[in-house]
Design a binder for this molecule. Sequence first.
Ligand code: AMP
Length: 399
Amino acid sequence: MGDYVLVLNAGSSSLKFSVYRRSDSDALEIDARGQIDGIGTAPRFTAARGDGGAGIKNEGLNAAVCDAPSALEHLAGWLRSRYVGAQVLGVGHRVVHGGPRYTQPLLVTPAVLDDLRALVPLAPLHQPHNLAAIEAVSERLTGVPQVACFDTSFHRGQPAVATLVPLPRNLGANGLQRYGFHGLSYEYVASMLPKAAPGIATGRVIVAHLGSGASLCALDKGKSIDSTLGFTALDGLCMGTRPGALDPGVVLYLFQVLGKSAAEVEKILYKESGLLGISGISNDMRHLLGNPAPEARLAVDYFVYRAAREIGGLTAVLGGVDGLVFTAGIGENAPEVRRRICEASAWLGVRLDPDANRRSAACISAADSRVSVWVIPTNEELMIARHTSRVLGLVEAGT
Ligand code: AMP
């Protein structure tokens, strides 16, 4: 087995990983991917071959796998046994927030890590776990270079009006601006458009990243010019546990009238709202679709309503729209949600091919649709592998 680049995407209770191996022809190719999930509750390790072949590991772990360091310890043991004698060339991490300073993927140093820690309040759901994985790697894989790849980088070329937070100027000195997130996903989709959907690649495209986090990005000739997520990952669309855009007066009300503390408000906004908050049943679209409870239906109705409303807004930003792309867990796997969003966007000239939509085909619009509609599975890990190999001066990662 050749040397490899390890890609890590660390969440609150899961550590997702991918292994990109250096092949004989000096290209980086996906060899395996998997995750340790249920960290701290019922930890489980699963791994599959990168080419989508059979699973290579699926086992419950003992409760000692209770945090990022112990999860990494377990993963490192598995990697040593599978890739005997191979060297880890580098580790690429998904880091949600790069703040005002970090506009490109870069090598992690202790000073960079300190700066990224200061951004934890801007992404409390993700950033602490992303950084815990970096720290765990420094301790256990001493000397292996690490690259931080930011979800904010792809949006950094947006025009000033799109990034503005219209509060008093003196409050804006420390990076109070809209950043946008899911950038690794959008960057990957944009990189795929010339091959997957050449007719729209140089046009005006709205990409809908609909997963447990959800947002839209307006692409003009492949560049991000606006997105629905902003200063933090709370803005825009309704998400699994986050509300999306709120009247800021609601937040004042939570503090002043309901007497909530800052910690309570943070928990409400990041963990208790969105699909979960509206339905009181689940944050998972799979559990809500087909559930006859009125609260479940209302949650899905709101998710669709908000997505269609924001598609209209970004169409105005782009001055029209040529293509619509669905990606991420819901976007790739929920034909009913795609159908409903597209029906609500019929005024833009969107018409689906119902059969192609049911099959989640690559192109799901009808032949006479003025706007072509696509399903492009995202691959943030490949984007991270590409950035990591570029920053470390290794070979280019293939697709
Ligand atoms: P992601 O964050 O991209 O991994 O997406 C995760 C979310 O995708 C889950 O919470 C589900 O709500 C949703 N999802 C995954 N598969 C399906 C499916 N077959 N139907 C509806 N929603 C799905």
